[in-house]
Design a protein around this ligand. Structure first.
Ligand code: C5P
Length: 398
């Protein structure tokens, strides 16, 4: 079931670490190769020797072990796996992951990786319920990390409640699920996301308030359904999700080029807030006040419309092209006109008036406009909107 799959297993320091020994055996029984990484704290609970014996593989323990660096650098180690599984994931490890700390081998691997990550938390019930852990979990799952458990039950510390590591069977099943085919397996989807930056001079640019949150959530939801996602992103404040091929761009023109280079695709979802205009007389050096009170005279040209161009391609037009319409007035009427003007299949329309708090916020309320008309969805978290949209895309492509 897991034949040919390489799983980097990061074992965190908690009493549940002993279950990782059985977990490794069970993953190997399914045909997986298990590459174990032990945190310092984990070594207090399980020995490197027993981990190596059950993994049938060398144990990685220290970021500064030069032999290991010479053999396989931590960057390569983090990317050579098909899945990174953190079990048990302690409150400390989750906190490091959510906040981007990288001060030991395990946390550095988790920061450096571009492969999907799954966590199986285990901790005391109060720690699990602590607001900091709730926030960290939301950040991690929002970024596309899958969480298995924890379960409710009696704990080694004598308390009762959620916080027990999931049973080994359940973790193995979640790993198998992760590799199972989804409705979008074998499909290639391009997603654009974030704002673009249009330079005025080397230090100034024209931008917009897009955070990239909705684009990242859509890409994560498509990956979860098995799609291969090329994620073409402007300078967003929300990180790209795990498991996508990231192409980072700055300007609308660079985004246009990247989208064309990523074709062919089965679907293209244009969630980016692309600047309509660029400055044609951008200065090569920083513009300065000259004391006379004269003002810079910026000249503009229109950027290429990526959505319209791709929608109207004669060759290699994706089967499904989806655009977004961020409007402040007459949202549905304007979005319906936009769908016809651009030639795309669907427009996902939303009201970005400041009072909605949608642009840059955590929630979205959208109307999906298709050839059949408009379908308004209730206001929900951007993750939920993304999952619903990904499910609708999967249905349209199959
Ligand atoms: O024309 P408007 O910017 O309102 O259209 C928004 C939709 O068009 C979004 O899907 C956006 O990603 C896309 N777009 C584009 N290229 C542009 C401008 C907008 O792909 N230059």
């Amino acid at each position: 079931m897991l034949a040919g799959k390489r799983i980097l297993l990061i074992i965190g320091g908690g009493i549940a670490a002993y279950k990782s020994l059985d977990l490794m055996r069970r993953l190997r029984d399914q045909g997986a190769t298990v590459v174990p990484v032990l945190t310092r704290a984990a070594e207090e609970f399980v020995t490197p020797l027993s981990v190596a014996a059950l993994a049938g593989h060398k144990v990685y323990r220290d970021l500064f072990d030069l032999n290991e660096e010479a053999e396989m650098g931590h960057i390569q180690l983090s990317r050579s796996a098909d899945l990174i599984l953190v079990a048990p994931a302690t409150a400390d490890l989750m906190g490091k992951m959510a906040n981007g700390l990288a001060n030991d081998l395990a946390s550095t691997l988790l920061m450096a990786t571009d492969t999907p990550v799954m966590i199986a938390p285990a901790m005391n019930v109060r720690m699990w319920e602590h607001p900091a852990t709730r926030r960290n979990l939301a950040t991690l799952t929002g970024g596309g990390i899958t969480c298995v458990g924890p379960e409710e039950g009696a704990m080694a510390c004598g308390e009762f409640g959620p916080g027990r590591l999931s049973e080994v069977d359940q973790i193995v099943a979640a790993v198998a699920d992760h590799f199972a085919d989804g409705p979008l397996t074998g499909r290639h989807v391009i997603v654009t996301s974030g704002p673009t930056h249009e330079p005025i001079d080397p230090v100034r640019y024209i931008a917009n308030r897009s955070s990239g949150a909705q684009g990242s959530a859509i890409a994560a939801a498509l990956v979860a359904l098995g799609a291969k996602v090329t994620f073409i992103t402007g300078p967003a404040s929300v990180a790209p999700p795990a498991g996508v091929d990231v192409v980072a761009v700055e300007t609308a023109q660079a985004m246009y080029d990247a989208v064309h280079a990523a074709l062919p695709a089965d679907a293209a979802i244009f969630a980016a807030a692309v600047a309509d205009w660029r400055v044609t007389n951008a200065s090569g050096s920083k513009m300065k006040k000259d004391g006379s009170g004269s003002l810079p005279q910026l000249e503009f040209a229109q950027n290429p419309d990526i959505l319209a161009t791709i929608s109207q391609l004669e060759e290699h037009r994706p089967e499904l092209v989806v655009g977004f319409a961020a409007e402040t007035d007459d949202v549905i009427a304007n979005a319906t006109l936009k769908r016809a003007r651009k030639g795309c299949d669907w427009i996902v329309a939303n009201d970005v008036s400041p009072e909605t708090g949608i642009m840059g916020g955590a929630e979205n309320a959208v109307t999906v406009i298709t050839a059949e008309g408009g379908e308004s969805w209730p206001r929900a978290g951007k993750d939920e909107v993304a999952r619903n949209l990904a499910a609708k895309i999967a249905k349209a492509l199959t």
